[in-house]
Design a protein around this ligand. Structure first.
Ligand code: GLA
Length: 418
């Protein structure tokens, strides 16, 4: 009897939960929204409007300019691709802007070793007013996406009620599962509930979504980055334990390469998103991005840290009166990443600290690397004071691992005589 019950529950779980085995590390790729928005003015702006051409050109850049090989494999369409529904109610793209359809784009992405993501909204309309996925359309739309060979769905929540969301998000997770095609599921659900318990059941969210937005949209400014960071830090006790392999908090896209951030702020966003085990979705023009910004986004050690297999989200562990904060993320093989972050607006700050003050164990020696400058760090004892010089609204980022354990060298070892 017990065995039968367990089997039954396991079957129910398989059907209800997403359990798609996807995104064991945070997704990396490109998403159109922040930079290209709902620009549908293809007559005046053919290079930048939301169209097949834009996605194919980004796909080419992802494949040819080193992005794909570093892990940036998702090519994700956001809002404003939909043309309407056909006589059977099936979604269709705007054929003026996507003349060959979405399946063609998916094939194109796949032929380049990329994956295609798409956007819909659980409601009457998308946030920009295109036809949404009402509850009666959930299954049909999941099937359509699978037929098109789509690899990720971002399901937004504009024009939906709390009741519809509570029903619709789990329903879509089950419908995606039922297609048999592995489709990563990005939910905006928590963002529409204010992103906190008691209205958000994160255990449920994490069991049906691979990633989820909690908070406001990112805009092209440092102020926006800070407001998101502040929110995440304020609620890190709730958010941090929920994330892990296959389920990630999504603080929204990277702004690197756009107009609003300075060089130091761009590095800071990249470092902070990495320490938070956030998805790395660029939203910038990869056709014109500068070598300096490519350097930030293609930093191999940064990506290794973001993609660490343990998948533990980092936390802010220290905050000083001098407006310096330290973030720490535990990594596999006893390694860790540290971000020293300055909120100052005056000049580079000399920050004095020791690893012991940052909760590292006693009597250890560490080595590693400064993630941006690539300078080697060696022979750093937990107890030794060090100084990092942090630019205003900038970061210093370290990758560290212990090379030995001195715990016992201070204790005489007495061995029994043979
Ligand atoms: C919402 C989402 C954004 C973007 C837009 C599209 O605002 O949060 O990320 O998808 O809708 O309209």
């Amino acid at each position: 009897m017990l065995q039968k019950t367990v089997l039954f529950l396991a079957l129910v779980a398989r059907v209800l939960l997403l359990d798609n085995g996807l995104l064991r590390t945070p997704p990396m790729g490109w998403l159109s929204w922040e930079r290209f928005r709902c620009n549908i003015n293809c007559e005046e702006d053919p290079k930048n409007c939301i169209s097949e051409r834009l996605f194919m050109e980004m796909a080419d850049r992802l494949a040819q300019d080193g992005w794909r090989d570093l892990g940036y494999v998702y090519l994700n369409i956001d809002d404003c691709w939909i043309g309407g529904r056909d006589a059977q109610g099936r979604l269709m793209p705007d054929f003026k802007r996507f003349p060959h359809g979405i399946a063609f784009l998916a094939d194109y992405a796949h032929s380049l070793g990329l994956k295609l993501g798409i956007y819909e909204d659980l409601g009457k309309m998308t946030c920009m007013g295109y036809p949404g996925t009402t509850l009666d359309k959930v299954e049909m739309d999941a099937e359509t996406f699978a037929e098109w060979k789509v690899d990720m769905l971002k399901l937004d929540g504009c024009f939906s009620s709390a009741k519809e969301r509570a029903k619709g998000y789990p329903m879509m997770a089950a419908a995606l599962n039922a297609t048999g095609r592995p489709i990563a599921f990005s939910c905006s659900w928590p963002a529409y509930e204010g992103g906190l318990p008691p209205k958000v059941n994160y255990t449920l969210i994490a069991s049906i979504c691979n990633l989820w937005r909690n908070y406001n949209d990112i805009q092209d400014s440092w102020k926006s980055v800070l407001s998101i960071l502040d929110w995440v830090v304020e609620h890190q006790d709730i958010l941090q334990p929920v994330s892990g392999p296959g389920r990630w908090n999504d603080p929204d896209m990277l702004l690197v390469g756009n107009f609003g951030l300075s060089f130091d702020e761009s590095r800071a966003q990249m470092a902070l998103w990495t320490i938070l085990a956030a998805p790395l979705f660029m939203s910038t023009d990869l056709r014109t991005i500068s070598p300096q910004n490519i350097d930030i986004l293609q930093n191999p050690l940064m990506i290794k840290i973001n993609q660490d297999p343990l998948g533990i989200q980092g936390r802010r562990i220290f905050k000083s009166k001098s407006q310096i904060e330290v973030f720490k993320r535990p990594l596999s093989n006893d390694a860790s990443a540290l971000v020293f972050f300055s909120r100052r607006v005056d000049m580079p700050y000399f920050f004095h600290c020791s690893l012991l003050q940052l909760n590292f164990p006693r009597y250890r020696v560490y080595e590693g690397q400064n993630v941006f400058t690539r300078d080697v760090i060696s022979g750093l004892h937990s107890e030794t004071n060090f100084t990092v010089i942090i630019n205003p609204s900038g970061v210093v980022m370290w990758y560290l691992y212990p090379i030995n354990n001195l715990e016992h060298t201070h204790v005489p070892v007495v061995r029994p005589q043979e």
